[in-house]
Ligand binder design. Structure first.
Ligand code: ZN
Length: 336
């Protein structure tokens, strides 16, 4: 069953064989991004999105096991299966595509049409909550990402983890389209290939489907971080990690182990000669280059000028080039 290319496939049932199909086989079965509405005992439906990033398969694996084991859903479900073409290739995004989690505002090209079509199809549809499922790269705790600090959103986040990140930038992510409409979060469920990630998805979505209402977060125990800046490697700069070959920029080893831990001012972040701005680009929420506010040159090293909490620090060169090296965050006290 391969539909014509372009546009979103819209279904009110699970196609034969869908739940047995791994992420790599969805493009052949579905023919493109697909929106599936399934009736449960209660409304409004829960919206769940999977595979906006094609290689982040835990969301799909957890949801398909849940659907296989639960014939009757406690609550209606609207499932969006995103970038099936990238999933077929086992990559986050295909070379000719835009990142499916960066197209929900001010996008252009075919992906902007996809985004507009999903928004139009959901228009006027009351929703219980929205959950966008991702895997993350690097060693991170599992955590949720919120773009809005309303109590309902924090409650949705706390149901998943005691760690959450408040992100203002990029402002083109899917959760943004649910602002002022229903609680909406993205979950970073852990690294691809860890089977516990599938279980986390299963448990979280199953629990949400059963709930009458989203309970309040325990603000004493919810650790909230604010994402301040994204750290990129300047375009065209050749880089390596410590212990690999030599390069103009050699990144300190072991940094991904300190994701979500505070790094003090003075920490050596990389070895490079000259101006930090020549090899790194630190971009703040206003899209300003603030590299020199975060890094200084000291004896051939780039060291932190201030204390930061790194997140999503990755050693995967493809992710570094397509997305970024890491984020810097700060702890954000929540006042009950
Ligand atoms: Zn992702």
């Amino acid at each position: 069953m391969v539909a014509a290319s372009g546009g979103i496939r819209v279904l009110d049932h699970l196609p034969e064989g869908l739940l047995d199909t791994p992420a790599t086989g969805l493009a052949a079965l579905l023919g493109g991004p697909t929106l599936i509405s399934l009736n449960g005992r209660r409304d409004p439906p829960l919206f769940v999105s999977v595979l906006l990033h094609g290689n982040e398969v835990s969301g799909w694996n957890g949801v398909r096991r849940l659907l296989a084991e639960n014939i009757a859903l406690a609550r209606s479900l609207v499932l969006f299966i995103g970038n099936v073409d990238a999933a077929a290739a086992g990559v986050r995004t295909l070379a000719h595509q835009q990142d499916y989690n960066r197209i929900w505002r001010n996008a252009e090209g075919p992906e902007s049409e996809l985004a507009a079509e999903l928004v139009a199809r959901l228009a006027g549809q009351p929703l219980f909550a929205s959950v966008d499922l991702h895997n993350n790269t690097g060693h991170n705790p599992h955590y949720s990402v919120v773009t809005d600090l309303s109590p309902r959103n924090l409650g949705l986040a706390y149901l998943f983890s005691d760690k959450a990140v408040y992100v203002q930038e990029p402002d083109t992510v899917l959760t943004r389209i649910f602002a002022n409409r229903c609680p909406a979060i993205a979950l970073e469920v852990g690294p691809v290939g860890d089977p516990r990630c599938d279980d986390r998805v299963y448990d979280y979505v199953a629990r949400l489907l059963e709930l009458d209402a989203i309970p309040d977060a325990d603000l004493q125990n919810l650790q909230m971080f604010r994402s301040q800046v994204r750290v990129h490697i300047a375009p065209g700069v050749r880089f390596a990690f410590a212990g690999e070959e030599s390069a103009p920029l050699v990144l300190t080893g072991g940094m991904e182990a300190v994701n979500f831990h505070s790094l003090p001012a003075g920490t050596v972040f990389a070895a490079a000669a000259g101006d930090p701005g020549a090899v790194l680009r630190v971009i703040d929420v206003a899209h300003q280059d603030v590299t020199r506010a975060y890094f200084k040159q000291e004896d051939g090293n780039l060291v932190l000028r201030r204390s930061v909490v790194p997140a999503m620090y990755t050693t995967d060169p493809a992710v570094i080039v397509q997305d970024c090296l890491c984020y810097f965050m700060e702890a954000m006290p929540l006042t009950p």
